[in-house]
Design a binder for this molecule. Structure first.
Ligand code: HEM
Length: 390
């Protein structure tokens, strides 16, 4: 049974033709996308929203001294975010630093890190008792190379839009509005290809997002993504974000022959079909063997180790590729973003299975990380996180 009725946004997306098991979060509709995504609703926009082409993600450290100042910051951010998403002119008290940019389906999604509830052992905002149990500190994983400057942080803001400057400008404007109360700890831009119908390809050249929680299926979202009766009331309709900045050794990957790349992923490069299969969206058959009796999807293939085995939980992957130039080689990879009901049964369980043994891991290095409690959506007149921080 659905804990929450699906949002209006969900119905709009559904009526636009997104329903159907073959369509995943990664697939983007062929029709022209509406330019405006509603900011207000039961859930924050930017999660079940069909992915836009670009992201600008930032994690802020809060420097405000009091809970009142933190609340005022969230109120200013909410007003600015609603205004930017609507494409309307800012009110007299604020200004638009880059006038004329299109709203371009802009969404802004806010999350709260553990540091807001407790920092260096201090209950600085009197919020310690309100920290949701699902807002965990991630355990260390084999192969982690996390940079402290890109790990943790107090508030995450993810802007997504069909225009890269709209997304960048939105976070930058929030950073200006926050002056004195919060500053950027780390930021990362990302993009998604192809622009049009079909599952996007990641920087390994593979379709990414084939097997994902279907954002047009309210039951799947209630089961795997939205926080429900099992969590605190202030989080109902919210979710938890695990963000990882994963560097990809693209030059080493390019030295691997395609048949071996396919063995590593467990899917065909061209079609996206499961190894041994023919069509992208056909079911994975993990017991299938090839003519030589070997498992078609290898025992250490990425999709086998990542797949839902019924004992953990599914996650909604909504990541973006990144490319930051480089010196002597590319600085490129995946801004992995996964929304889930509870990271303990989602990301931790899944990545714990993968980290030591997935054949893809030698091509990846996890250099940034954060877990954020993403509060539910905002009603008109309310502010983001009101029930949790108010
Ligand atoms: C840079 C690192 C990664 C790359 C390049 C990558 C790439 C891929 C590709 C190409 C697929 C197959 C297409 C699809 O079903 O989407 C896939 C599937 C998947 N990946 Fe990853 N992935 C990465 C990291 C991760 C991590 C860290 C997790 C979670 C801890 C994860 C979870 C999944 C899941 C759940 C699937 C679907 C598995 C299934 O077939 O049921 N991936 N990934």
């Amino acid at each position: 049974m659905s804990v929450f009725p699906s949002s209006r946004r969900g119905f709009v997306a559904g009526s636009a033709g997104l329903l159907g098991a073959a369509i995943s979060a990664g697939a983007r509709p062929a029709h022209a996308a509406p330019a405006i995504e509603p900011f207000h609703g039961l859930h924050q926009a930017g999660i079940a929203t069909p992915p836009q082409g670009f992201t600008s993600f930032a994690v802020f450290d809060v420097t405000a001294g009091t809970r009142g100042a933190l609340q005022a910051l969230l109120q200013r951010w909410t007003a600015a975010a609603a205004q930017m998403a609507s494409g309307e002119a800012p009110d007299a008290a604020d200004r638009d630093d880059a006038p004329g940019l299109p709203p371009a389906r802009l969404t802004l999604t806010f999350g709260f890190g553990a540091g807001l509830f407790e920092k260096d052992g201090r209950d600085r905002f009197g919020l310690r008792a309100r920290r949701p149990a699902s807002l965990i500190d991630l355990p260390p994983f084999a192969g982690d190379a996390l940079e402290p400057a890109r790990t943790g942080g107090d508030i995450s803001v993810q802007a997504c839009a069909e225009d890269p400057q709209t997304a960048f400008h939105a976070v930058r404007r929030l950073a200006r509005i926050a002056a004195g109360d919060a500053r950027i700890r780390w930021a990362q831009a990302g993009f998604l290809s192809p622009r049009g119908a079909g599952t996007p390809r990641n920087l390994l050249g593979f379709k990414d997002g084939t097997q994902n929680v279907n954002v047009a299926d309210p039951f799947a979202l209630d089961t795997f993504v939205w926080s429900g009766l099992e969590g605190p009331a202030a989080m109902r309709g919210g979710t938890y974000l695990v963000a990882r900045r994963i560097r990809l050794a693209v030059e080493r990957w390019d030295a691997v022959v395609v048949s071996e790349q396919e063995r590593i992923i467990g899917r065909r490069k061209m079609s996206g079909a499961p190894a041994g299969g023919e069509r992208e969206f056909e079911a994975e058959r993990f017991d299938r063997r090839d003519a030589d009796g070997r498992l078609a999807i290898a025992a250490d293939a990425h999709v086998r180790l990542a797949s839902y085995d019924g004992s953990g939980a599914r996650i909604l992957r909504r990541g973006y590729s990144y490319e930051d130039g480089g010196v002597g080689g590319y600085e490129a990879g995946l801004l992995f973003m996964a929304y889930q009901k509870d990271p303990r049964s989602g990301f931790v369980k899944m990545f714990g299975r993968m980290a030591g043994s997935d054949r893809l891991m030698p091509f990846t290095t996890h250099v940034g990380s954060g877990v954020f409690a993403v509060p539910p959506g905002v009603a008109a007149g309310g502010w983001v996180g009101e029930a949790l921080i108010g």
